[in-house]
Design a binder for this molecule. Structure first.
Ligand code: EPU
Length: 433
């Protein structure tokens, strides 16, 4: 096991390069299963969620080859299995994209119900409703989703109006519809940057997807997809996390390889709080020298403030002058980190989906436990600003979504390193030896 040890108080300076977007990669890689040929995918983030997805695809018969640390070649010609083993699929939320991809290409998918971070109730009813509308038979039994198209035929284009705006259901239906017979119209869809990225990927392989980034996406099914090369967009949330790190710790950092437009929703809030942000081509320069001001934040589907930035902005609000109100608009239970923040001296009270944060002059370092990916990242952000030493454990959550976070922060001048923790059993053995 590993923990991060952070001695807070160093302002951040220099440049950090953002990796490819996790939530685009975990849909685009399964999308390569739709292609009866070779896809070369660039700017793939080196994170454990990607490793897990590629491991599943390899188990299904895809040939996976890294050409360099961030470019992967996926050859799905010889995929022969459509059932994902429980042990491989259960750890990752995005395994649900294998349902859309396998059903779309082979007319059959057996996939364990998805795992992932515990953020409250995470149903997949909208995914299943969409597959059913396309003529599939879907059953959930014994912890698995069984989905089959009518024998001998492909999925049929259909109109689907989603009851809730869902990133996963939107992308899963895009995957399923790419090779269906006829036109699929998806309404009330999500508009996140990764939705557009998946559409661009599919189109670059020969699909016909229009309207991604608006409320309605139309997909005219094509007979087959050809191979090609595609580069994943930069990660909006990784970039946002470094923006909050500078806001919390102070300093001036150039955050490069970003699409500044995708960051507008985050930039707007940080500027309200007194952070200076300048756009410079495919970079943003973030500077914080003065005091932080309070503000209110509500998370919403894109282009609103992202829920995946909620714990990180909370870390900054903890240090702002005055009392801020933070409202979670997507998940039922995304405040599990609050007790850990209190250990750092934060003053937060939570009532349902609303957190009231009273800014403090200084957070004080303490041992804390990451309880999910973004909460873990937020503990790192808080630790960078805190007085003294913060130790974050359960960092495997953080490594699901942040490539080389320790190295990137250390290069910016943070005093942070990873340390191996011995389990009680290992500890006993080492002292005995
Ligand atoms: N929902 C339903 N039924 C469904 C699907 C969703 O009721 O069939 C509800 C959910 O309960 C939630 C809301 O709709 O209240 C939105 O859920 P969505 O489907 O958009 O979330 P997701 O696809 O499961 C993705 C990201 C999350 C991110 C959300 C919202 C991936 C793998 N995960 O989850 O990312 O919080 O969209 O933007 O893309 C993270 O990266 O840390 C993370 C948790």
């Amino acid at each position: 096991m590993t923990k991060y040890v952070i001695r807070g108080g160093n302002p951040l300076h220099g440049e950090v390069e953002i990796s490819g977007a996790k939530n685009a990669a975990v849909a685009i890689l399964p999308g390569a299963l739709l292609v009866n040929g070779v896809c070369r995918i660039e700017n793939v983030p080196n994170i454990s969620d990607v490793t897990l997805i590629l491991g599943i695809m390899e188990n299904l018969g895809a040939k996976i080859r890294f050409l360099n640390p961030t470019t992967v070649e996926v050859d799905s010609t010889a995929v022969y299995k459509q059932n994902v083993p429980y042990e491989l699929g259960r750890h990752i939320r995005a395994s649900y994209y294998l349902i859309g991809a396998l059903l779309g290409r082979f007319g059959r998918a057996i996939v364990p119900l998805p795992g992932g971070c515990d953020l409250g109730d995470r149903p997949i009813d909208q995914h299943l409703k969409g597959f059913d509308a396309m003529g599939a038979d879907t059953q959930v039994e014994g912890g698995f989703v069984y989905a089959t198209a009518p024998v001998g035929s492909r999925l049929k284009g259909a109109s689907v109006y989603f009851d809730v705006v869902s990133v996963g259901a939107t992308m899963n239906l895009m995957l399923a519809a790419a090779l269906a017979d006829g036109m699929t119209v998806l309404e009330n869809v999500a508009k996140e940057p990764h939705i557009v990225d998946l559409a661009n990927f599919l189109n670059s392989m020969g699909a016909d997807v229009r309207g991604a980034g608006t409320d309605v996406i139309k997909i005219r099914g094509v007979k087959s997809l050809r191979g090609g090369t595609y580069s994943i967009i930069p990660d909006q949330i990784e970039a946002g996390t470094y923006m909050t790190a500078v806001a919390a710790a102070g300093g001036e950092v150039r955050i490069s390889n970003v699409i500044p437009k995708h960051l507008d929703c985050i930039t707007a809030k940080l500027v309200e709080m007194g952070v200076e942000i300048e756009e410079d081509g495919d970079a943003v320069i973030v500077r914080r020298t003065g005091k932080l001001r309070r503000t209110n934040v509500k998370t919403l589907p894109y282009p609103g403030f992202p829920t995946d930035m909620q714990p990180q902005i909370a870390a900054v609000l903890c240090l702002a002058e005055g009392t801020s109100m933070l409202t979670e608009g997507i998940w039922d239970n995304r405040y599990r980190y609050v007790d850990e923040f209190r250990r750092l001296g934060a003053r937060i009270t939570v009532d349902g989906k609303v957190a009231v944060i009273e800014g403090v002059k200084q957070l004080i370092g303490a041992p804390v436990t990451a309880c999910d990916l973004r909460a873990g990242a937020a503990m790192v952000v808080a630790g960078l600003a805190a007085h003294g030493v913060t130790e974050v454990d359960q960092v495997h959550y953080i490594e699901r979504g942040y490539q080389n976070i320790v190295e990137k922060l250390a290069k910016l001048g943070a005093d942070i390193h990873a340390e191996t923790i011995l389990t009680p059993d290992e500890d006993w053995r080492s002292s005995a030896g």
